[in-house]
Design a protein around this ligand. Structure first.
Ligand SMILES: [Zn+2]
Length: 318
């Protein structure tokens, strides 16, 4: 049997101990169960393009630092690496490229291998559109069109590749990466359904997309457009536009009754403006092609750039 006084003393001691233990708890232990909150990111990923950086951000949240080599509006085909890129890659745990030669002269592969960092090709697993070209020795060559993100189904392939790559580096947070990726994949499916409904406003015979270079092949294949461009799949080497190619585009515009053509945010607009003038039609606006828009613009995310492009295309072609 507990003596009354000693029981009171016992209760008093337990109570005091509880008060002391609460009072002595360090601030960081109170209510902050996730050690990542408020602390600097543990890992760093360097991405070649703005689209890939957005996909990565959707998957890693604040747990990683996401660095993008290309600034909004920069052209991946012609980009030349700088010192900042070397510094960023030297601190990276992972590098992500688009692949299929989008990065001219494989600059992202070069950056990663020179710093001995793992590099993952985000486009791997996509069903490629191909072009037949002549290589430097004059031999026919089949090249894969690298602009695969313009089909929302392909964007999902990128996201899954990125989810797997970051999980490999940080398996402890696999569930979190999977959860974020799953939510984003749902958003991409919603985007696809929205695009299909929007483009239905354009009659079939007016679904002709004239742009500077072959960036919209996947967009056209998936959403039912015909692509017409004076320049091939890259804006880099071998892209001087011959008079014949220019005239061929003007002829197609006139024969197909195209009312509007589109410039691209990453490319000088002079060629397309000249073509529009000579064909007697208008520029229907500017499309995000190889890079997203700047921070704070409507096109500063992948879903945002797709939405803005579709609204611009529908407005001018319907
Ligand atoms: Zn391109």
């Amino acid at each position: 049997m507990i003596h009354f006084r000693s029981f009171t003393k016992f209760v008093a001691i337990v109570f005091a101990a509880a008060v002391v233990s609460v009072a002595w708890r360090p601030d960081s232990a109170i209510a902050v169960e996730d050690e990542s909150l408020g602390s600097p990111p543990k890992f760093s990923v360097v991405c070649s393009t703005t689209q890939i950086a957005d996909f990565a951000r959707q998957v890693v949240g604040d747990r990683w630092e996401v660095v993008c080599v290309l600034a909004p509006g920069e052209d991946p085909h012609t980009y030349e690496i700088g010192n900042d890129d070397l510094v960023a890659v030297s601190k990276a745990d992972l590098c992500l490229e688009n692949g299929w030669h989008l990065e001219g002269n494989e600059w992202m592969q070069g950056l990663a291998t020179s710093a001995n960092k793992p590099v993952v090709t985000s486009v791997n697993g996509v069903k490629a559109l191909t072009f037949e070209e002549e290589n430097e020795s004059g031999q026919p060559e089949t090249v894969k069109d690298p602009h695969a993100w313009f089909d929302h189904n392909n964007a999902a392939v990128y996201v899954k590749n990125i989810r797997d790559a970051v999980t490999k580096v940080d398996p402890d947070n696999a569930e979190e990466y999977a959860a974020r990726a799953n939510l984003y994949l749902l958003q991409l499916r919603g985007l696809g359904r929205w695009i299909e409904r929007q483009v239905n406003a354009i009659p079939q015979n007016r679904r002709i997309l004239v742009t500077h270079h072959d960036a919209f092949g996947y967009f056209c294949r998936t959403y039912g457009f015909k692509a017409v461009t004076p320049v091939g799949w890259t804006t880099g080497e071998l892209t001087d536009v011959s008079l014949e190619d220019r005239q061929a585009v003007i002829k197609q515009i006139q024969e197909l009754g195209v009312k509007s053509i589109f410039v691209e945010t990453t490319i000088n607009t002079e060629l397309l403006e000249g073509i529009a003038r000579d064909a007697g039609i208008t520029i229907g606006g500017s499309l995000y092609s190889d890079a997203m828009g700047g921070a704070g613009t409507a096109g500063d995310t992948y879903i945002g750039m797709m939405r803005e492009n579709v609204l611009t295309i529908v407005k001018h072609l319907k």
